[in-house]
Design a protein around this ligand. Structure first.
Ligand code: DGY
Length: 328
């Protein structure tokens, strides 16, 4: 019997390609070319499955052109690159990579918060530029992390990881807002108190965004929300571009309406809003929150395992739309 045909849409660890090759006829993009939608569609034609990343958009048009496709395994916990309704309508399974990246991403969220509040990259640029000639009492004086109020918007697994780091490691007062309130035991474990969105914005010294992107969460933080924050506050976005109105944020940073921001994700990335590149009080990183070597390996292997599980047992390990299983 011939092996199922799969596409690996972006470059990935060679050992993962090796594993996949034992089960599938694999076309891989190890040159890591970023394909247009038309090119992705061309490569997907005739494939039974796909290993995708957050930069590969799978929508109704792509699906219509690739009727053989039965599964897209995303190497990411976020899956806003999938039109999941369209996939479900066509009986195409989507899978993601939850859990394996939770702690690494929470580590990074905390690192970005600290770099932002303590002005680490801004001061490093100053030093590298040869501008450091003397000590001054207020040179790059930032804000404290310990004892401050940490606000978290989006209290899933990663949000909870950040809450625990803040509460247990830094003695922070943690408040959060989420679509639904956590159970009492989880709140106690995170030492986190549920508040309304407005109170969160007003009270947080440091606000971290960890909510999933959808049409409903587009521009959750815009000019009106930034205006409610303390002028001394910092904002960290490790969620998705589009959750923050980047133009409004750049204006708020320029006018010192908030003190600083740390951003790992951007609207329209890898492009970055030009105004963000001109303000000094922002730490910018290229969507690397889950990027430790062991975690990226675990994510790639989980995506591969989802493909193997699907084609051998008609199951997914971490299915997003399990209702399609059994219908294929
Ligand atoms: C995710 O897993 O959703 C991260 O953003 C990785 O790209």
């Amino acid at each position: 019997m011939s092996k199922p045909r799969i596409l690996v849409a972006r470059a990935v660890f060679p050992e993962v390609i090796e594993r996949l090759t034992q089960h599938f006829e694999v076309e891989s993009n190890q040159a890591d070319v970023v394909w247009s939608k038309a090119e992705l569609t061309e490569h997907l034609r005739g494939k039974d499955g796909a290993f995708t990343t957050g930069s590969d958009r799978v929508d109704a048009e792509v699906l219509a052109a690739c009727p053989q496709l039965k599964i897209c395994a995303n190497m990411a916990v976020g899956y806003n690159n999938f039109d999941l309704d369209a996939m479900t309508a066509r009986g195409v399974l989507g899978t993601n990579t939850p859990d394996v990246l939770t702690e690494t991403t929470a580590d990074f969220g905390f690192a970005l918060l600290m770099a932002t509040a303590r002005r680490i990259t801004e001061s490093e640029h100053y030093l590298r530029a040869g501008q450091w000639t003397k000590w001054s009492y207020d040179m790059f004086a930032g804000s404290d992390i310990h004892g401050a109020t940490l606000g978290i918007l989006g209290m899933g697994r990663i949000g909870q990881g950040i809450a625990r780091r803040g509460a247990h490691g830094f003695g922070m007062n943690v408040i959060y807002h989420n679509r639904s309130r956590l159970d009492a035991a989880t709140e106690a474990d995170c030492k986190a108190r549920y508040v309304g969105k407005e109170e969160l914005l007003k009270m947080a010294d440091h606000l971290v965004l960890v909510l999933p992107y959808s049409a409903a969460s587009h521009h959750t933080i815009g000019a009106a929300e930034l205006a409610q924050m303390k002028p001394t506050a910092t904002l960290v976005n490790i969620a998705r571009g589009g959750i923050v109105d980047d133009a409004a944020l750049a204006a708020a940073l320029r006018d010192k309406r908030i003190a600083a921001a740390g951003l790992d994700v951007f609207e329209g990335e890898p492009a970055v809003h030009p105004d963000l590149l001109t303000v000094p009080n922002v730490v910018l990183t290229p969507h690397i929150a889950s990027a430790s070597v062991p975690t990226r390996q675990a994510m790639a292997n989980l995506a591969a395992d989802n493909l193997i599980e699907f084609f051998t047992k008609n199951k997914g390990l971490t299915p997003l739309n399990p209702q399609v299983l059994g219908k294929t």
